[in-house]
Design a protein around this ligand. Structure first.
Ligand SMILES: Nc1ncnc2c1ncn2[C@@H]1O[C@H](COP(=O)(O)OP(=O)(O)OP(=O)(O)O)[C@@H](O)[C@H]1O
Ligand SMILES: [Mg+2]
Length: 248
């Protein structure tokens, strides 16, 4: 097994911000084929490595690029510049409900999601009870997930993601919508993951939780990597910047 689980190599991600929303037909015609947009770099030359077996926290203010980076890791976005390489199978839990089909039941979504994440039908069938059991949504498993609460979505999504048995688990701050009991179960899962030499990359605004769970951290600000390394000094540097009013 390689010592590096994920290598983020000089990654830059650009979005186009359009400025001509809701304008009149006349002005749209006058403008012709030209579109008015501005390039916005949500990630700028981000470069770091995630050691295998680490629990790696991604911290930074709102809009600093954390979720964008996780979406690049999960191959939902492709960076314009740079590249990301992996050692091992990756599973991601991003926004609440992402990856679920709202009209399908919990049961159907487990099979759908499982197959998207690379499990065969047989494997999903074998793990089905475990997934449902960990999620705690058994009573509602045949209801369409559009009727689930945010916490129920996340419970089911997390439960599927960990049962795919990934080497690298990527989690956005969604776990925060789970209740205290579920958060405790998740923390325990992260500990088990670590014991098995697996890697967890997570985003959180709860610095106490990052402190408790993570051994490494990276701090993003305005799409740039400010600091990366051991968790404690990185968290402290971020908190200091907030106290000095430089956070955003
Ligand atoms: N699809 C998109 N199109 C245009 N801009 C986007 C898109 N996705 C993200 N952005 C912009 O990229 C920047 C970073 O957003 P991102 O969601 O990565 O922040 P974040 O660090 O996850 O913030 P938060 O802590 O609030 O979750 C923001 O300015 C956001 O407006
Ligand atoms: Mg985010």
């Amino acid at each position: 097994m390689s010592e590096i689980a994920v290598r983020v190599d000089h990654v830059s991600k650009k979005f186009r911000l359009y400025h001509e929303r809701n304008q009149s037909l006349k002005s749209a015609i006058m403008r012709g084929r030209r579109s008015v947009h501005e390039d916005f770099w949500a990630l700028k030359d981000v470069n770091f490595e995630v050691p295998t077996g680490s629990t790696f926290g991604l911290i930074g203010s709102n809009g600093s690029g954390k979720s964008t980076l996780l979406k690049c890791l999960a191959k939902i976005y492709y960076p314009e510049k740079g590249s990301i390489s992996y050692n091992g199978k990756i599973a991601a839990l991003l926004e609440v409900g992402s990856g679920f089909h709202p009209e399908l039941s919990g049961r159907e979504n487990i099979f759908l999601n499982g197959s998207i994440l690379g499990m065969t039908k047989k494997e999903v069938t074998r793990k089905f009870d475990e997934i449902v059991d960990f999620s705690g949504v058994e009573q509602f498993i045949d209801q369409p997930v559009k009727n689930y609460s945010s916490g129920m979505y996340v419970r089911l999504g997390f439960s599927i993601a960990i049962n795919v048995n990934p080497d690298i688990l990527v989690v956005d701050e969604v776990l925060a919508v789970g209740d205290a009991e579920f958060q405790e179960k998740c923390s325990q899962k992260f500990v088990d993951f670590k014991k098995d030499g697996k890697t967890v990359i997570l985003v959180s605004h709860a610095m106490a939780a990052v402190r408790e769970m993570c051994d490494h951290a990276a701090w993003l600000s305005h799409g740039e990597l400010v600091a990366v390394g051991e968790a404690e000094p990185t968290i402290q540097a971020y908190l200091n910047s907030l106290n000095q009013g430089e956070g955003l």
